[in-house]
Design a binder for this molecule. Structure first.
Ligand SMILES: Nc1ncnc2c1ncn2[C@@H]1O[C@H](COP(=O)(O)OP(=O)(O)OP(=O)(O)O)[C@@H](O)[C@H]1O
Ligand SMILES: [Mg+2]
Length: 340
């Protein structure tokens, strides 16, 4: 019955979630009209194995299916098809046992009671989550210590900053003392300092021996925080590895960003640039063309780019050699930027 340490924290296979677009009205239902709504795959065949003790990130743009995947893992949504086992327990067969072992902070359910203190909030949620009464006090203190709010436990939540509220929401997820913590966009809406602080708390969860599965659409966050990252797009995993290995899949060693002033549509200059680098992305804005090029050597490519621009009647206004990021990996896999 109990999970052994050998079992992965999460093992999902062939995960699919189909939704209908639009709505079917009461009258359509009453008249028994056929359901003509378009069905689409929000999650389209995901296989995911998260090992114990790692911080695993799902990175992808808006609408990629990250939250839907997390909700299925957290027993909050039933998959259309596929299997999920969490800590060796079948999620569909034993959802209660899974819920008792995971702490989830999902978007849309971060509400805390502002007129209560942090401790009162956690007492309320501890009762709701069936934390044994004898353990409640210790669990709350542990959870507050984990998020560095113990000294502010008796302050009203309405006097908390956004970052503190987010940390308290994380403390709430830690109340069951879960071996697995699921965080959906944990730093969204936080200022850089508060986001850094929350990431430090997440790293501490790993050092306490917990497994963390999180989603993000911030590539820097995935890069800095996660041991492994799955890049997800249109409900599918398009790449999965350590951040370092993902960045090494970009064959080019350097990424050069150019801003080119144009008199025409830019086709000529792009064609010429393409002879000495891979143009990963180009975007026109008024008379300027922003180009991201992947090349073997910026020292060779940059002069070639100036020649290309000159012979196409364009001018390079700005050149920047930048390190490869997970954004570049995403662009090379999908042809789009993460934040489009
Ligand atoms: N209950 C639902 N009914 C119908 N469509 C849904 C439902 N929930 C999500 N969707 C759709 O499924 C797709 C995936 O949504 P999801 O929330 O999983 O994306 P996400 O990767 O979390 O995006 P974001 O970065 O914006 O949070 C979207 O097109 C969304 O509109
Ligand atoms: Mg989401």
């Amino acid at each position: 019955m109990t999970a052994t340490a050998a079992e992965p924290a999460v093992d999902a296979r062939g995960l699919v979630k189909v939704f209908e677009r639009g709505r079917r009205t009461f009258w359509q239902r009453l008249r028994g009209e056929p359901d003509r709504r378009e069905r689409f795959h929000a999650v389209d065949g995901i296989d995911l194995r998260v090992e114990r003790g790692e911080i695993f990130g799902l990175l992808g743009p808006n609408g990629a299916g990250k939250t839907t995947t997390m909700k299925m893992l957290a027993t909050l949504l039933i998959p259309t098809s596929g299997t999920i086992s969490v800590l060796g327990i079948d999620v569909l067969a034993r959802p209660r046992d899974v819920r008792a072992r995971l702490g989830a902070m999902l978007s849309g359910e971060r509400s805390l009671y502002w007129k209560l203190t942090a401790r009162e909030n956690l007492e309320y949620f501890a009762a709701l989550y069936h934390v044994p009464p004898r353990q409640t006090r210790a669990r709350i203190d542990d959870a507050l210590t984990s998020v560095k709010l113990l000294d502010r436990a008796d302050d009203y939540v309405e006097r908390y900053s956004t970052g503190m509220r987010q940390r308290l929401a994380l403390a709430r997820a830690l109340l069951p003392d879960p071996p697995l913590v699921i965080l959906d966009e944990p730093t969204v809406g936080l200022d850089p300092q508060a986001a850094r602080d929350l990431r430090a708390r997440v790293r501490e969860l790993r050092s306490q021996g917990r497994t963390v599965l999180l989603t993000t659409h911030y590539m820097e966050e995935a890069d800095q925080l996660c041991d492994r990252v799955a890049i997800i797009d249109h409900g599918r995993i398009v790449a999965l590895d350590t951040p370092g290995a993902l960045k090494r899949t970009i064959r080019a060693e350097e990424v050069v960003r150019l801003e080119i002033g144009l008199a025409d549509d830019g086709a000529a200059v792009l064609e010429r640039l393409g002879r000495s680098a891979t143009v990963a992305r180009s975007e026109r804005h008024n008379g300027t063309l922003a180009v991201t090029a992947h090349c073997a050597s910026a020292r060779d490519f940059v002069p070639a780019a100036f020649d290309a621009a000159r012979s196409a009647g364009a001018t390079i206004q700005h050149v920047e050699v930048v390190p490869v990021t997970l954004e570049d990996v995403f662009i090379s896999l999908t042809g789009r930027a993460l934040r489009e």
